[in-house]
Design a protein around this ligand. Sequence first.
Ligand code: ADP
Length: 334
Amino acid sequence: MFHKASVRLAGLYLLIIMGISLFFSANVYQLSVQEFDHGLRGPGDLVIQQLPEAGFGTVRTNFIQARDQDFAMAKQRVLGRLIFINLLILIGGGFLSYFLALLTLKPIEEAHASLERFTADASHELRTPITAMRSENEVALMDSKLTLKQAKEHLKSNIEELEKLTHLTEGLLRLASLEKTQFNVAKLNSDEVVQQAISRVLSMAEQKKILISSDSAPVSFVGDESSLVEALVILLDNAVKYSPAKSEVAVSVKNEPRHTVLQVTDQGVGIKAGEAQHIFERFYRADTSRSKIDTNGYGLGLAIARDIVKLHHGSLTVNSKPGKGSTFTITLPH
Ligand code: ADP
C-alpha cells in the first residue's frame, strides 16, 4: 500500500519538476531563437543592403543561404541541448522524486504501523478477559447443581474481570486523549505535587508495609499540576507494585541550572538491561511482572507517564539493577 502511494507521489513530484523544467526550456528556446534572429539577420540585412545591385547576385544568394543555414543549425543545437537537459532532469528528477516521496511517507508509514500494532494489542487485551468471562458464564449456566455460594463466587470473579477491563479501557482512553488535553501550565510547588501523588498510593503501600519517603527541600517548577501528579502516581504505583513488602520507596525533587529533576527510587525486582528500553512502549510488560508478580497492569502506565512528560518537553528515563531496585527520573526543562 505504501509502495503504491510512494510511486504515485513520486509521479506527482516528477510531473511538477518536469512542468517547471519544460516551461523554462520553452522560454529559453523562444528567447534564443529571437536573439539569433536579431544577431544574424539584423547585421546580415545591413551587409546585403550595402552591396551594389549589379554583379553581386551570387554573393548575395550565397550569403543569405549561409546565414539561413547558420540560423537553422543554431536553433537545432539549442533544441538538442534543451532536450538533453530535460532528459537528464527526467532521469535525475525521477530518482529524486521517489526518494522525496519515501521521505515524505516514512513518518506516515511509521505512525500507521504503530496504530496497527496498538489496535491489535488493544483488541487482544480486551478479548482475553471477555473470552474468560464468557466461558465461565457458559459453564455456570450449564451446571444444574450450581449452589448460591458458587454463583456468588462466579459473580465475584466476573466483577474482577470487569474491573480489569475498566482499568484497561481507562488507560486506553487516557492515552488517546492525552494529545488533546489542555494543559494548565503554572508555577508549582514540588512538595504539593509529591504529597498529592503519595496520598494516592498510600493505602496500597501500607498494605505491603512499604515506606514512602520524600525529604527533599521544596523547589518550584513549571508544569501542569494534575498531569504531573498523574505521572508521579504511575511511577509510585509501579514502585510499590514491583517491590517486596517492608521495603522503601524514595521520592526526590531538585532544581538544576536548566532542569527540574524528579526521581522515584525503589528496592524492588528491578528491570533487566534488555527490557529497560521497552518498558515505556504501550502494552509492554517485563518478564518479572508477568511471571512473578500478580498485578492487573496492562503495560500502559509508563506509556502514559512518558507521553505526559514529553508533552512538557521533558524526558522520562530508568536506571535499574535486577534484584536491587530501580530509579525512574523525570527531567523537566525550566
Ligand atoms: P504495568 O501496568 O504492567 O505496570 P507499566 O507501563 O506501568 O505497566 O510498566 C511496564 C512494565 O515495566 C511493567 O510490566 C514492569 O515489568 C516494568 N516496571 C515498571 N516499573 C517498574 C519498577 N518500579 N520496578 C520493576 N519493574 C517495573
